[in-house]
Design a protein around this ligand. Structure first.
Ligand code: GDP
Length: 283
């Protein structure tokens, strides 16, 4: 992600006259979406054809900073001692299991007690993968048998977290996109089941999106948000070819803020979203 926009703008502006079509295509290619792209191009057009890379950067920064909200407060445990339940949802392959483990690690390092629920029971490998992570990070994990009901795994894990006084429970859910209808129904069922032990739970519903998939991530956010009201994104793979624009477009279109970002495969390569760092990072 680093410097992506800067490279892009140098290419566009290192010409005698700016090619507006090319600039527009590049902004779309950076996953900023049509609306923001048009607004940026309109502002630049008003400045004339002799604009520099710095002009483009400053107009883009202005627009992006205007769309992204101020940083949200960090997750803190509930005052009544009951667990904060965090559902982690997303399509397979986006980095959902890895991000669940990384989030557990981040909270653990902040001094909180954390447990994990391996509720992606349709994929034995996902349960296994989360258990390997949990073992490595020293975080307790509740797992279901292969093909067990994901809602019941979450329920059991929630009950245990309540009994143990665990401050955060992170539930890694299933993500089979090819049976989307079932998946959404399943998520709604998990919601209802978790709500049985605490009417306010789940307290957070985080969608994992892969920054390298561009516009697909927006479609996924739209779909998941219909089934369960998302309150945050985890944007993964920003260390790769992901350009970061997806965080901007999902905020703009769906008002879902990015809460965490993934920057590699290691547990430590994950952090809370910071607006200023993000905006500086992409330029
Ligand atoms: P899931 O199917 O959504 O649960 O995805 P996984 O957690 O299994 O992740 C899929 C692949 O993406 C794995 O190889 C992860 O190591 C990798 N991955 C996850 N997050 C990141 C990230 O932020 N950066 C990079 N480079 N790879 C990631």
């Amino acid at each position: 992600m680093a410097g992506f926009f800067k490279k892009l703008f140098n290419k566009v502006t290192n010409k005698a006259e700016i090619d507006w079509d090319e600039l527009e295509a590049d902004l779309i290619g950076a996953d900023l979406g049509a609306r923001t792209t048009m607004a940026i191009v309109d502002d630049l057009r008003e400045m004339g054809r002799k604009i520099s890379a710095d002009d483009v950067i400053s107009v883009c920064k202005q627009h992006i900073a205007g769309i992204l909200p101020e940083d949200l407060p960090a997750f803190t445990p509930r005052a009544d001692g009951s667990p904060t339940v965090i559902l982690v949802v997303g399509v397979n392959g986006t980095g959902k299991t890895t991000s669940s483990a990384k989030l557990a690690w981040l909270l653990k390092n902040q001094g909180y007690s954390v447990s994990l629920a391996a509720a992606d029971t349709f994929r034995a490998a996902a349960v296994e993968q989360l258990c390997v992570w949990a073992d490595r990070l020293g975080v307790p994990v509740i797992k279901g048998a292969p093909n067990a009901d994901p809602a019941s795994v979450c329920y059991t894990a929630h009950q245990k977290a309540i009994n143990d006084g665990t401050q955060f429970l992170i539930c890694d859910t299933a993500g089979r996109i090819h049976t989307r209808h079932n998946l959404m129904q399943e998520l709604e069922k998990i919601e209802r089941t978790i709500g049985k032990q605490d009417e306010h739970a789940p307290h957070h519903r985080l969608l994992v999106v892969d920054a390298t998939t561009g516009g697909n991530a927006l479609a996924q956010a739209r779909e998941f948000n219909k089934a369960i009201p998302l309150d945050g994104l985890i944007v993964t793979k920003l260390d790769g070819s992901g350009k970061g624009g997806i965080a901007v477009v999902i905020q703009q279109e769906l008002k879902i803020p990015t809460r965490f970002i993934g920057l590699g495969e290691e547990a430590s390569q994950f952090k809370a979203f910071n607006k200023q760092e993000f905006v500086e990072g992409i330029f």
